[in-house]
Design a protein around this ligand. Sequence first.
Ligand SMILES: [Zn+2]
Length: 246
Amino acid sequence: MELDYQDQDRVLGLDGISPELLDAAQKKNIIIFGLGGLGCPVALYLSAFGCQNLNFVDFDTVDQTNLSRQVLFDIHDLGQKKVAISKHKLLQRFPKIKINTYEDRLDLNEINQLILQSDIVFDCTDNFDSRLTIAGYARKHNKWLITGSVIRFEAQLAVFSNSKDADCCYGCLYEINNDPMINCEGGGVFPPLAGQVGTYMASEGIKAMLFNETKLDGKIQIFDLKNNEWKTLKINKLKECKICRN
Ligand SMILES: [Zn+2]
């Protein structure tokens, strides 16, 4: 099915966005790791943007405890693969988009290949090992990385262009194995926060697709929703960074 620019009429009304620019952005190859609380809103807004090369990676199934913050799923989806349900629902709503799904656990070589073929990588996973693996390949192949995490009332969002002259990467954020972007299991999550950060991640990614730049490149934004405090920090290159020290 051909794209119809009427779908994006309001986007084309924005300053600096021509049909050619929009067309090029929609053709970017996008990969989303994790279709949970962050991945659901990311997938929704990238689909609404008309992305033509979306790839969803998640081996998990829908669980009842997911429903409060994983907004693509409902009670009828319990036990089914998250990527299959997401694809089905998003294609019903946006029939012109294209989505590939990966519902089995991938090995390192497969992750490497998928990131190599991508332009923009969204890390919406919920554990440090996956985040470090994804960030390492994104850096290696000079791919944009948009990464987020939520726990309790707190969230973090960081963006890395990973261009050849970039002076920091995701690994520079942390001392080895000291990850403040904690797994949300067991800690509890304020449900709207996942939606807020997920839509923010989508926004950063769409800017990268359109303009190949965003002011958040090389920075981390930290949200404390309980106290309504937001701050933005520049990330400095870590001498002992596990990913980019060489
Ligand atoms: Zn680094």
